[in-house]
Design a protein around this ligand. Sequence first.
Ligand code: C2E
Ligand code: MG
Ligand code: MG
Length: 727
Amino acid sequence: MHSASPERDPDAPAADPRRLPRITDLGQLRLLSRIVDQVGEGVAVADNDARIVYANAEFARMHRFDLADLQARRFMGSDFYTDEDWAGPVQTLMRDALQTGIGRCEVSRRRTDGTTFTAAVTLSTLRDDAGDLVGRVLCVRDVTERCEALAQLLSNERRLADAQAIARLGSWEWDLVTDKLSLSEQLFIILDLPCDEEPTYQAFLLRVHPDDRSSVQEAVSAAMATREPFEVTYRVTTGHGERIVHARGDVVADADGAPALMRGTAQDVTEAKVAEASLREANARLAELATRDQLTGLTNRALFSDRLDQALALGRRGRRNVAVLFVDIDRFKTVNDSLGHHCGDEVLVEVARRIVGALRSSDTVARLGGDEFAVLLGGSSTPEEAAGAAERVLLALRPPFLGAGIEFFVGASIGVALWPEDCSSKEQLLQHADVAMYRAKGAGGNRFEMFQPAMTVAAHERLKLEADLRRAVDGDELFLRYHPQVNLATGQVIGVEALVRWANPVRGEVLPSTFIPLAEETALIVPIGRWVLTHACRQAARWRAELDTPLCMAVNVSPLQLAQPDFVSDVIEALEETGLPADALELEVTESILIDEAGSAIQTLRALRQLGVGLAIDDFGTGYSSLASLRRFLVDRVKLDMSLIAELGKGDDSAREGSGALVAAAINLAHALGLETVAEGISHTRQVETLNRFGCEQGQGFYWTEPLLASELPTWLVQGRPDRRER
Ligand code: C2E
Ligand code: MG
Ligand code: MG
């Protein structure tokens, strides 16, 4: 192609200074044209009127022209460019070419079919020997691919930088020869180093927490010595607080194998470490949840089972005994129902504390659920040692508990079983401790029982008893006996207490002590109680009519019955149906319900009072000693428990000493509260005398008679009463 060289070719024919030099030789032209085609760029030459006078094949191809059409085209016409490029870079290009002889720019060029490509454009002027402009040469190179690749590269770089910023990850390189440290932008941010200063290893080390510096230096030295990659985690103190950084690096050796360069990455892992720590904490908490009882902090059932497995495995190897105690709180349901669940929880926590305090640290105390605790004695235990542990637990539970502002007592029933003495497997050991515990409960609670093989038989019997009792309630196997209540001063019978019996076809007459606890546990006491109430009222109404005496009827009521929402209406119904006046009925409740200060039991008692029904506290002196609160509950009478009376009459009963003093104090207290007293379980004349002396108003006991059948009472009233029997 023609160049704009000011030197004239000596071999060229003389040129017309006003025109483009002409190539006259066709062969020469073809050759030249072929050479220009080889340059791989589009080349076009235009005359002073900007009309294309020559274009190579590449120029035509890249613009999708037909070479034949080209001549008519304007060289730098605006139809080659976008409006934007035409207004900006193309104008500059033309100006540069005019002023300096050459202009360059990268623009988007339009093809004839409307598509575009990115072009590197060079425009140069063509002048004749006199320096006059005779034309222009345009070289166009398609750089679309390069531009796209570059854009891709830039975008990748930007994405990498973004990713590094998100990951808080930076890269570093440390030239060990020049000591120059290069850090990526992100690392300046992580280490909080000034961007405008050249970073040094020393400046970096100063950022590292003083306690971590030596470990960083050691890791670096070790890597240099071994040429092995290294990893180190350290804290850095920055303007925005302390951060945790995890760095990795490796050593690049020179041709002689000497360390020349170290490079690697460093990542701000503060959040990850914090998350890791809280995950660890959460895991520890989960493990805790899985093995601990949340309320008491004791070992839970699962962990207890594990410990027992271990103890049995050790026992098998070392021929050692394993002892298990099952501890069940007595009447816990009453505490819970009457004092509220919050207080119940407090009791459980206190019970746990006391059990733990009573045992050795090597013993495992667990809460199995509800009011059930279990103890695995550490080391080998003899039956005596196991019994000793059970005794210590009972002793620890003896002092009163405080809840809802009152003092009360909590006993426990404990079952003790030993392996391999009593059984061969873990399941059996647990079952035996359970059976022994039920035996302790059945015997009145607040005691422990060592497992005995006969107990499993008893446990089975219990199941059978339950089934039989259900049938008894539905069938007609219940009946009542009546125990007279006597005015101690006059000897006059003032009323009777209805006592339920079960006529079992096989067992004969079953006493309430055998089936009432079971009935209470299974809620069968509700239908039983309803039956007793109606029958007792009916009997009383009949006697009052037939015998013409104002006989009163006392009926025992269980806490569970009292808690029934329709209990008051049951009482009203029984009175209406039988025609018994309300004041001829007295309901006996136990002290335990009185600890419910605000609960529904008190509401029920108030409603009963309003009906005119009498209320008595039964078995006073055996449980929740809250006599001081009796007045608030409007009871009429207090029945002193048999166990208090039993001690009377054995020696010199004085109101100042021993059991005499206790009974006298209880009677005085009752009187001070305006309540009458009934002494239960009187069997000696001396007891009658002593109680009379203490001012006790009424008595009940085998001294007069054992509980009578309905058919026996009228005769006894006439004939039997004068015949008091010493027992
Ligand atoms: P409780 O209400 O304290 O009844 C008095 C118990 O003491 C009766 O026993 C009676 O026979 C016995 N007893 C009275 N005097 C003497 C005596 O001098 N010597 C001896 N050894 N015993 C005497 P029972 O009939 O076996 O009743 C036991 C308990 O069963 C009752 O104690 C009461 O708590 C409960 N019970 C009885 N019937 C019913 C009932 O219908 N419903 C409910 N919920 N409980 C009942
Ligand atoms: Mg009673
Ligand atoms: Mg009683």
